[in-house]
Design a protein around this ligand. Structure first.
Ligand SMILES: [Zn+2]
Ligand SMILES: [Zn+2]
Length: 312
């Protein structure tokens, strides 16, 4: 016989468990949701505030080298709700050792990788080889257009050179993210704006590479992903359907409460269209209205679990 107190404790644990929510199929999105692209916040409670406020079940923490103790604290505060990736400065000789140790400590991937180097340069090539060796995915920020003066560019050359990288590293699982990855869904893009608007010209590089290369996935996070998926609704439904096993929901949202309070896109003036909004909520809404329920569930839950090898 179970005591009343033990029974109440069981209920409390069950209520906090993503598995239970998943089984009930409840939650405001009609499916459990996993956020692939969630930057670690120093206070455990602030991480949970965003997930709970946006109706998100669990998330992948993107961390910098040396964050393992913080990751452990967040995981302890909410068992079962957080996985993590680690990045390391790719220009430093110790990057490979740092990332190898992170994977030994439980990191499920590299990311986000955001450095002022070329996408096909020697610094990132070392990381591509290591990701294949350790059998973890690598999440890359591609950006060719400054958001503010002197910001600089990140993992440059996506449109020109990345197909060669996909061919050269067939055993590396790449997750594409950010401005250049998403602007290149349109065939008429030539680095003229960070976030191009208007109808999408079919046959863009990103669309083609996702179709042609089994080792490329796409992270739907941030203003870049949201912008690409809201420019041209007819394109969006077709694109999400074509690549329904290779696209993964992420937020990259920095709002405080999962409802748009605070600053959602790190004061990026080019992303002012999402000011006062929660990127997670905006993108989940766009995805949900663009695809059938079974596809939505793949984008926001199943694909991430398969790719990150997270037991369900
Ligand atoms: Zn990024
Ligand atoms: Zn948010």
């Amino acid at each position: 016989m179970i005591s009343r107190r033990a029974f109440l404790e069981t209920l409390a644990v069950a209520a906090a468990s993503p598995m239970v929510r998943m089984q009930t199929g409840s939650g405001e999105w009609g499916s459990p949701v996993f956020d692939l692209h969630f930057h670690l916040r120093p206070q455990p409670a602030n991480n949970l505030a965003h997930l709970d406020g946006a109706g998100i079940t669990s998330a992948n923490l993107l961390t910098r080298a040396g964050a393992f103790d913080q990751v452990k604290a967040v995981q302890a505060a909410a068992p079962g709700r957080f996985t993590w990736f680690s990045s390391a400065d790719v220009t430093k000789p110790e990057a490979e050792a740092t990332l190898t140790q992170a994977v030994k400590d439980g990191a499920r991937g590299f990311g986000e990788m955001k450095f002022h180097v070329a996408a096909d340069g020697p610094e990132l090539r070392r990381m591509y080889a290591l990701a294949a060796e350790l059998q973890v995915p690598i999440l890359i920020h591609f950006q060719e257009v400054d958001h503010f003066p002197n910001e600089g560019t990140w993992s440059t050359g996506f449109a020109r050179t990345f197909e060669g990288i996909l061919k050269a590293y067939p055993k590396t699982i790449f997750i594409g993210h950010a401005d250049a990855f998403w602007a290149n869904v349109s065939a008429d893009y030539h680095n003229e704006a960070a976030y191009p608007a208007g109808p999408i010209k079919r046959g863009g590089i990103t669309d083609r590479l996702l179709g042609d290369y089994a080792n490329l996935y796409g992270d739907l996070a941030a203003n870049s992903g949201n912008n690409a998926m809201t420019r041209d609704p007819e394109f969006t439904s077709g694109f999400l359907g074509r690549h329904q096993n290779k696209l993964i929901f992420g937020s990259d949202c920095s709002c405080a409460d999962g409802r748009g309070a605070g600053i959602s896109q790190s004061n990026n003036p080019a992303a002012s269209r999402l000011a006062g909004k929660c990127v997670a909520r905006e993108t989940l809404t766009a995805l949900k209205k663009s695809v059938p329920a079974a596809t939505f569930r793949k984008l926001v839950w199943d694909n991430a679990h398969t790719l990150l090898k997270i037991p369900v």
